[in-house]
Write a protein that binds this ligand. Sequence first.
Ligand code: 8YV
Length: 309
Amino acid sequence: MPIDILQTSKLLASCEQALAAKYTVHKLHEAADKEALLAAIGDKVRGIAGGGVKAELMDRLPRLEIIANFGVGYDSIDTQAAKARNIRVTNTPNVLNDAVAELTIGLMIALGRRIPQADRYVRDGNWPRGGFPLQSELNGKTVGILGLGRIGKEIAIRAQAMKMRVVYHGRRRQADEPFVYYSDLAEMARDADWLVIIAPGGKGTEKIVSRQVLAALGPEGYLVNMARGSLVDEAAMVEMLQNKTLGGAALDVFEQEPQVPAALFGLDNVVLSPHQGSATRQTRDKMGALVVANLDACFAGEPLISPVV
Ligand code: 8YV
């Protein structure tokens, strides 16, 4: 008898095919009547593929053994509730480091040189009337990385290739890293030209990029958020981008995705991106394979590949 799995979000076709080949998959995210689906199959489900899992859902699945999250960030999963119920949780680390780091540098150059705005300038036929305003470069600037983890380190390597000076803030100093450590985020923001956010979301980091930190980054400073919208005081950020007390922002993530504050749409000191750090075929394939491999390991009684709980 194939094992019953609950899928909670849309996954890549390759991942869905691999799951369907081995498991009986129930798609909660596609169910017109979610209650009815859970009532019908809840007591059979032994695994979840996808994120967004709260304690209430776990309680509907008494035989649940594993939640295999599609993504490195697992802030949409109540890990404490999982632990309390002896449910394992896995994520998809490492396979997306390069993709996210590449997009980070891409968005930095896009913002510094106003690439989307320049593209629009040409398309709108403005070039013959005069050149595009002069912009700024990355080289010679200091980038402060908030969260020097697996992805943060890949960003640091690439920032150095852009001839930037790298500093970082996190919970603790990392003795093996050559970069200057700031124990105080606002101090780092004050000293940096760029602040790149690549730390985990969740309660522990909620709005740590506060109005005060944004003010320290200042009118010449650029913010890049590749992590979660929850880390930033978004209302303060929007206001400060509008009145130019913050120089600019390149944003891949937002507080209420896919909703983006409409006030950002009219600003020319902003580059917007629809949460696509890991969104390449190459990387999403690897993430999907890791979801399947963790489920397979769990049900084979083998060690999980990438457990977080
Ligand atoms: C995914 C991400 O887009 O890995 C993460 O934490 O934010 C992204 O890679 C997302 O998790 C998929 O739902």
